[in-house]
Design a binder for this molecule. Structure first.
Ligand code: NAD
Length: 425
């Protein structure tokens, strides 16, 4: 490869570029395609003047990056966080391109956000901020251009404000301009559980591929929020034994299996939606760190990035790791785990049920026709299963780790689309 590689002082962007160049080199991607795919197609910065509740004016900074639209409209969330910046959006946007490509859905990748501390904002300030952001990025978003979604500190309410603003500006209802809307306003039945369902599909396929019966397989799930709790629920319904769960309040270990329904109900009824105070016969309370080191077939980290790192990787006793969270295994830990023979199903495969679910919402919005929850789940499962096997088989055939295999499969699909569409002039 004779391209001059881009680097960045932003760690996230630098890592994304490094991963891309490494995979591009391995697959022998042509220089022109490397140049194209190492840059976003479009990146905009917007200033957002907001009338605060006390009568003052504050100007916030917002961003929207479209990394690629080769396969379809850009897809990816927008987040509210003090650290949001253009380079972070660029990095996360490129990861969305690879994730959508790997998922086999007709989307490119994008990401956006506003540098702000949402905890300091009232509801009405947040509403004005979201509506101003929607107005500022309106020229580049749309059902067939760029379809945002929730991300860190944004959810169903922000999506509705965004969609409502775009619809009013355009003088027509445009529900498919964002996904992640509530069911009452063109959201989808099934979306809440979709990511956890997808994680459970990957765990099941992995077990079957390794000749381990799903029934009785021992699973540890770190994080009992949206992703972790549903992954635990579906695995337990499939007959697996959830030997450990955890959240910010610590680890809960039951060698004979956690009663997942009971844990689910406990969290639902807890004022802060936590496992704190959860009990059942034979339950041992461990620390959040200790639960990761319990013996099991599969460990599914479904909480935060960096949960398995250089410090604790050597103590992991599970045979397989399925990454429900984004980036839960650091690159150093990845090396250590590989040397221990632990196979890792990478995040952008394992947690892609969420974005596939977003695609389902968009499809239903475009058609104005809604599916039942069963229809939604019955369409999600075969896609997840196929995607798992595509990466698994590539990894076996080419003798590479699943993470690298996933990148290679994903980049190839986008590169092929760029190539066949050609450059403009
Ligand atoms: P969530 O906020 O609903 O749940 C997070 C859970 O992790 C909570 O139970 C929290 O208590 C727990 N947690 C936090 N710190 C912990 C620690 N140190 N030890 C153990 N548990 C801890 O979040 P979520 O939506 O379930 O997302 C989890 C991860 O999955 C994130 O990395 C997110 O980016 C990723 N993800 C989520 C979706 C989705 O659809 N929700 C889709 C793709 C990826």
């Amino acid at each position: 490869m004779s391209v001059v590689k881009r680097t960045s002082k932003n760690v996230l962007l630098d890592t994304a570029l490094e991963n891309f160049y490494g995979a591009a080199e391995e697959m022998g991607l042509e220089d022109g395609l490397v140049e194209i795919l190492s840059r976003p197609e479009r990146a905009i910065c917007v200033s957002l003047p907001i009338a605060m509740d006390d009568g003052s004016i504050r100007v916030f900074e917002g961003y929207r990056v479209q990394h690629s639209t080769a396969l379809g409209p850009a897809k990816g969330g927008f987040r509210y966080h003090p650290d949001v910046n253009l380079e972070e959006c660029e990095a996360l946007g490129s990861l969305m391109t690879w994730k959508c490509s790997l998922s086999g859905i007709p989307y490119g990748g994008g990401k956006g956000g506003i540098a702000c501390d949402p905890l300091e904002l009232s509801m009405s300030e947040k509403e004005r901020l979201t509506r101003t952001f929607a107005a500022r990025v309106a020229p580049i978003v749309g059902e067939w251009e760029d379809v945002p979604a929730p991300d860190v500190n944004t959810g169903a309410q922000e999506m509705v404000w965004f969609m409502d603003t775009i619809s009013k500006m355009r003088g027509k209802f445009e529900p498919g301009v964002v996904t992640g809307k509530p069911i009452s306003i063109w959201g989808s039945k099934g979306r809440t559980a979709a990511t956890g369902l997808g994680v459970s599909a990957c765990i099941k396929e992995l077990l079957v591929a390794q000749n381990i019966p799903v029934k009785g397989a021992r699973i540890i799930i770190q994080g009992f929020g949206n992703v972790g709790s549903y992954a635990a629920k579906f695995m337990s319904e499939a007959g697996a034994k959830i030997v450990g769960i955890s959240d910010v309040t610590g680890g809960y270990h039951a060698p004979d299996g956690i009663d997942v329904k009971r844990a689910f109900d406990h969290v639902t009824n807890h004022p802060k939606k936590m496992l704190e105070g959860f009990s059942q016969p034979g339950l041992k309370q461990l620390s959040g760190e200790e639960i990761l080191e319990v013996e099991a077939d599969v460990l599914a980290p479904c909480a935060l990035e960096g949960a398995v790192n250089a410090k604790n990787a050597g103590k992991i006793k599970a045979k397989y790791i399925v990454e429900g969270a984004n980036g839960p295994v650091t690159p150093e830990a990845d090396e250590i785990l590989s040397s221990m023979g632990i196979v890792i199903v990478p995040d952008f495969l394992a947690n892609s049920g969420g974005v596939i679910g977003s695609y389902f919402e968009w499809v239903q919005n475009l058609g104005g026709y809604f599916w039942t929850e069963d229809e939604y789940n019955n369409r999600l499962m075969p896609i997840m299963t196929d995607n798992f096997h595509r990466v698994w088989n590539y990894s076996k055939t080419h003798g590479v780790k699943m993470r690298r295999a996933a990148f290679l499969v994903a980049i190839k699909r986008v590169a092929d689309a760029v190539k066949i569409r050609g450059t403009f002039l």
